[in-house]
Design a protein around this ligand. Structure first.
Ligand code: HAM
Length: 420
């Protein structure tokens, strides 16, 4: 038996219905906020990610699916979508006009991480990216958008955590101070952090080791080193969130696993998913468009982890009732032919309709209908075709009524309103 690749899983019914539900909700909310869909390749040149996410991040150092294509070019299965959105933005000259350009994209990402509950090697994200706006209102707006998606899904067990990571004006001085502090206590740090303390010191804040955490609790944070503009921006974002009654926790030790962030950084976390507690993450990335060869354009965005969102929703048992199903049982070839038409017509009217083409006995078809959870069964044989009407059976109550085969509205009414 050939099995799926480790860390990559099939998403099967009925869970797929939940995926559809959350993507539909996201699309609806995106439309309200003026975000348009963008669809991007899964494969990009490797350089795109090393230059954007950062050469000394875990993602680029050890988690990318990178290989040489048949022409010897190094390509990578995208580990995230922001870099690709920016690449597409620059390549397709989407920067024309003064307004903020707002995009969303939904799809799979690939990271060679150690698989565990909530952490996969192929996972899916819903991404939002707003390019071309520097105002803190845009940060607040995109956070409100994210929380609107969660609210419409009825998700409650979550917490918004925010921080400011400063900018190229104020962060370097802080990093120097942090590096010096870490260098003095380097022997107390775990092996990973010993390495990070020189190459990417902010990343030490993400270390899960207790020893490192205890040491870092004593270390000054970026919050005390923000320049006036970053500080003002941060205050304004928080003020707006407060104004809209959004509860959040300011965590001056929140850093993100990608290097491109400037100023606002945020995550939505939950205590219901074990170690993999972030359902979404994002922030501002003012230098990235320029870094990748485009104009000097500020931007902000987020990504939701769909697997984690689905897991949370399953725990909360948020379900959308499926429309009732009518199963058309057919006896004989003429009935099969007529049944095929009827099922197609009902489906076009938004009705969930099914049938079987195997010319099985009525009993076998009723068993099938039962197994599929059909609310109604319409029984079609030669006699019914001749009479132009057929019995419609309510599977729960056993009640039966005769419906005209030519009066679709009557059939739909019998199926309960629209029939869908
Ligand atoms: P990220 O924090 O790396 O950010 O990922 C966002 C979300 O994707 C996480 O909060 C988590 O829910 C989900 N996720 C990440 N890795 C995995 C995994 N291995 N298995 C399952 N779920 C996972 C980004 O990717 C940024 N591009 C977000 C962004 C957009 N920032 C600005 N714009």
């Amino acid at each position: 038996m050939i099995k799926a690749v480790r860390g990559m899983k099939d998403i099967l019914p009925p869970e797929t219905a939940r995926w559809q539900q959350l993507e539909t909700v996201a699309r609806t909310v995106f439309a309200c906020y003026g975000y348009q869909e963008i669809r991007l390749p899964l494969l990009e040149r490797t350089e795109l990610f090393s230059r954007s996410i950062g050469a000394s991040t875990d993602i680029v150092e050890k988690e990318m699916y990178t290989f040489l294509d048949r022409h010897g070019e190094s390509v990578t299965l995208r580990p995230e979508a922001t870099a690709s959105v920016v690449r597409a933005f620059i390549e397709n000259r989407l920067d024309q006009g003064a307004e903020v350009k707002k995009f969303f994209t939904i799809g799979p990402m690939f990271r060679y991480e150690r698989p565990q509950k909530g952490r996969y090697r192929q996972f899916h994200q819903i991404n939002a990216e707003a390019l071309g706006g520097e105002a803190p209102e845009l940060d607040a707006e995109i956070i409100l958008l994210l929380l609107d998606i969660f609210a419409r899904l009825g998700l409650t067990a979550i917490e918004l955590v925010i921080n400011s990571l400063g900018c190229p004006r104020c962060r370097p001085a802080y990093l120097l101070e942090l590096t010096a502090l870490l260098a003095r206590q380097v022997r107390d740090l775990c092996e990973d952090c010993q390495r990070r303390s020189a190459s990417n010191p902010l990343r030490v804040f993400d270390c899960k080791s207790k020893v490192c955490q205890e040491m870092l609790a004593q270390v000054p944070t970026i919050a005390d080193h923000l320049c006036d503009q970053c500080s003002w921006h941060d205050q304004r974002v928080r003020e707006l969130l407060n104004r809209y009654g959004v509860p959040f926790r300011h965590n001056p030790r929140l850093v993100r696993g990608l290097d491109y962030y400037t100023r606002t950084a945020f995550e939505v976390v939950t205590t219901h998913l074990g170690a993999q507690d972030a359902v979404a993450g994002g922030g501002r990335y003012n230098g990235l468009v320029k870094e990748l060869g485009g104009p000097d354009i500020p931007a902000v965005g987020f990504a939701i982890g769909e697997e984690r969102l689905v897991a949370l929703l399953s725990q909360q048992e948020v379900t959308t009732p499926a429309p009732p199903l009518v199963f058309v049982a057919v006896l004989g070839t003429a009935a099969l032919d007529r049944g095929f038409d009827l099922v197609q017509t009902l489906r076009r009217q938004g009705c969930r309709a099914e049938m079987d083409f195997g010319q099985r006995s009525l009993k076998a078809q009723l068993t099938m209908a039962n197994r599929r959870g059909a609310a109604y069964v319409l029984i079609l044989g030669d006699q019914e075709l001749a009479a132009g009407e057929a019995p419609l059976k309510n599977m729960a109550s056993g009640a039966q009524q005769v419906v005209s085969l030519t009066d679709l509205t009557a059939i739909q009414a019998a199926l309960g309103g629209k029939g869908a």
